[in-house]
Design a protein around this ligand. Structure first.
Ligand code: IVH
Length: 693
């Protein structure tokens, strides 16, 4: 009879195991999907240890899907990273007929097409989900990845394989290329969303705000068994890497994909702006009847050879754009106006609102942009206002409902001092923003810079979120960027190590230090962006990295450029998108001894990789400086310039000793003459085409 005692214990263990697994799943769900942890890391660790002990004693309880076999408590380890062979891009937006016309005109001008030439456009619904790249090799689904930052996403293969709408094998002998990457959107239908939330509610689990969040939460599940229970859909709409082309138009691509079993949305082929707008009106009307949410329409130039020539600008293709549906609106009250201090000292007024649901999302703040905007719209504390939100953009105040005023509303008085540090708040000539003059003595600015430094497009350090940065700053653990990289060494010596802090444990400490160590090597463009120099966004940082190649070169050039007439200065403002104002901000950054010290400190801890321009192949123009002059006949100036840049060349507006070639079209004038004087190689348009094709 001793067996029965054992059985009793085993039964008990099974029940206990189930309970622990449920608790951990719930915590995972809250942590990973909702970004709203319900227990702290230390409590999570306790659960995990209990579960491990139980499974150690009763190995039969340990399944492949057990939380002990899947993840730790930190997301750093969650999904493997995947480099995209072809970057995953986002889209520019248009909002009305005029902007649609501009889009078509831009395409026409770039390609140098006659007004009579019809530019066919495929109009596809813009699915509100999350983008995913499916990679098929020899017709077999081998990898699925999220977009991530566009260059690197997360490996979600295991989860995607549970989705029955996505074929794991493509049909044979129908011309499927050996390598085929299909890009598309994972979404949750409205009906599946409703059913899921009903189930969640019954189980006391958190309900999702909208289908998009539900889809994202279901895909970013560390346990693919959970994904499998969620009813997810997929629509394909673009290609990534392919080993062989199989169509000449966007329409052709869609038809082939559909024939191979990839789900496709309906679409319209439009031959001009009238047809585009007609389709827009129709879709806007039928939108509520669709079982999936769409937030606009995507227009894509149909001819793939044109798509190829059009190429990309920073993160978006020139051959496509998204026509967004109007923003959703609601009415609520402003109960306060607070000031947010940004990393460059910009003081942005923010309206605190009576919380209200707009398009499925609860909104409690809206940006007011600047004091001129407040004055123009005459926004006062206590006002009833119309607010709107569109997609992921920050909600805005559209207008005040003046007839709802009671008379006790308060006007906003422009700031004289920074509310955080008390330094003077000033507005420079011609600027809309007021700024705190405290610079690095303003704690808020310093903290915002640190947050930017570790953000996704910069150092991308998992586990150093906004709250933790603030907390470490308050406790003087991290006061400057370099402190991040000395954290581990200091922690070793510390009497109050991170793991002993509230909400931390051994595992979360280990994960944090590991994710910091993973970032000791960084690309130059990310590094430049991370510095948070005013007006230097991701695209400009990339251009600077491409032109200067190394941090040393950049620094030397920026110091030399302090002299306005210098060659260094001219080279700087010859870079696309860098005018005198941006140049000034850059130069000012490198003129500040404190900033140079920050750079020196960082350099002792980091390996900053030289910028390698992507997909150069063995291009003859990579790294070369080119000047275009005269009229080009077979291509437009814009196209030639874009082509040169995509091959890693720098296009300059003036000829100097540093120019490698001048491409001279018809009626070239003074630049050609200067090239001849300096002995710079001169190419004809045909030479140029031969060189780059
Ligand atoms: S095309 C180069 N087509 O919208 C191609 N995107 O705002 C870029 N999206 O990241 C994407 N429906 O996640 C394309 N029919 C569609 C789309 C679509 C939804 C998403 C996609 C993209 C985002 C850009």
């Amino acid at each position: 009879m001793s067996d029965s005692l054992f059985d009793f214990e085993a039964e008990d263990a099974k029940a206990q195991h189930k309970k622990l697994v449920q608790q951990m799943r719930k915590a995972d769900e809250a942590y990973y999907n909702d970004d709203a942890p319900i227990i702290d890391d230390a409590q999570y660790d306790v659960l995990r240890k209990e579960l491990e002990a139980l499974e150690h004693k009763y190995p039969a309880l340990q399944t492949e899907n057990s939380p002990t076999q899947t993840v730790g408590a930190a997301p750093a380890k969650g999904f493997r990273k995947v480099n995209h062979a072809v970057p995953m891009l986002s889209l520019s937006n248009v909002f009305n007929r005029e902007e649609v016309e501009d889009f078509i005109d831009r395409v026409r001008r770039f390609l140098g097409l006659a007004d009579s030439e019809i530019i066919e456009v495929v109009a596809e619904p813009k699915i509100d989900g999350l983008s995913c790249s499916l990679r098929y090799e020899r017709g077999i689904l081998v990898q699925a990845a999220t977009r991530g930052d566009g260059a690197q996403g997360e490996d979600i293969t295991a989860n995607v394989k549970t989705m029955s709408c996505i074929p794991q094998h493509l049909p044979k002998d129908v011309g499927v290329p050996e390598i085929l990457e299909v890009r598309g959107e994972i979404y949750m239908s409205r009906s599946a969303f409703k059913a899921l939330n009903e189930r969640q509610e019954v189980h006391g689990a958190k309900v999702f705000a909208n289908p998009r969040n539900a889809a994202a939460g279901s895909v970013r599940q560390l346990d693919s068994a959970v994904t499998a229970e969620r009813d997810l859909g997929f629509f394909g709409y673009a290609l990534g890497e392919i080993s062989q082309s199989f169509a000449t138009t966007q329409q052709g691509v869609r038809e082939k994909l559909a024939a191979w079993g990839i789900p496709e949305t309906p679409y319209a082929l439009c031959d001009g702006v009238d047809a585009i707008m007609k389709n827009y009106d129709t879709l806007l009307e039928t939108r509520p009847d669709l079982d999936y949410e769409i937030d606009g329409i995507v227009y894509k130039v149909n001819r793939l050879d044109w798509q190829e020539r059009l190429g990309f600008v920073s993160r978006a293709p020139r051959w496509a754009t998204a026509h967004k549906f109007p923003a959703e609106q609601a009415i609520t009250r402003i109960h306060a106006i607070d000031i947010q201090v940004g990393r460059t000292g910009a003081l942005t007024p923010v309206a605190r609102l009576e919380p209200i649901t707009v398009g499925g999302v609860v909104v409690s703040n809206a940006t007011l942009h600047n004091e001129d905007e407040i004055e123009r719209k005459d926004i006062r504390v206590g006002d009833m206002v119309v607010i709107q939100r569109a997609g992921d953009v920050i909600p805005q105040v559209v207008k005040v409902l003046e007839d709802k005023r009671k008379g006790d509303e308060q006007q906003f008085a422009p700031l004289t001092h920074c509310p955080e540090c008390g330094a003077h708040a000033i507005r420079e000539e011609g600027e809309a923003v007021r700024r705190c003059t405290g610079g690095l003595t303003c704690p808020k600015q310093a903290v915002e810079r640190l947050k930017h430094f570790v953000s996704r497009l910069a150092f991308d350090i998992d586990g150093l979120g906004d709250k933790i940065i603030q907390n470490f700053w308050d406790d003087e653990l991290i006061k400057s960027p370099a402190d991040i990289f000395t954290l581990e060494a200091r922690n070793k010596e510390s009497l109050t190590p991170i793991r002993n802090r509230e909400g931390w444990g051994d595992l979360s400490e280990k994960n944090l230090l590991e994710s910091i160590n993973n970032r000791r090597k960084i690309s130059l463009n990310r590094f430049i962006y991370a510095l948070g120099i005013r007006q230097i966004g991701e695209a400009t940082a990339k251009r600077l990295a491409r032109v200067y190649g190394t941090l040393d070169h950049l620094r030397e050039a920026m110091i030399a450029a302090q002299e306005q007439g210098s060659e260094a200065y001219h080279d700087l403002i010859a870079i696309e998108d860098i005018g005198p104002a941006v140049a000034q901000d850059l130069i000012a950054f490198f003129a500040e001894e404190h900033n140079l010290q920050v750079l020196r400190d960082l350099e002792t801890h980091l390996e900053i990789e030289e910028y390698i321009a992507p997909d150069l192949g063995d291009s003859a123009v990579a790294g070369k400086t080119i000047v275009f002059t005269g009229t080009l006949e077979k291509t437009t100036r814009a196209e030639a310039k874009a082509k040169a840049e995509s091959l890693g060349a720098k296009v300059s507006g003036s000829v100097s000793k540093k120019t490698d070639f001048v491409v001279a079209g018809e009626a070239a004038g003074s630049k050609l003459k200067k090239a001849q004087e300096l002995g710079v190689e001169v190419l004809s348009e045909d030479d140029w085409i031969a060189l780059v094709s």
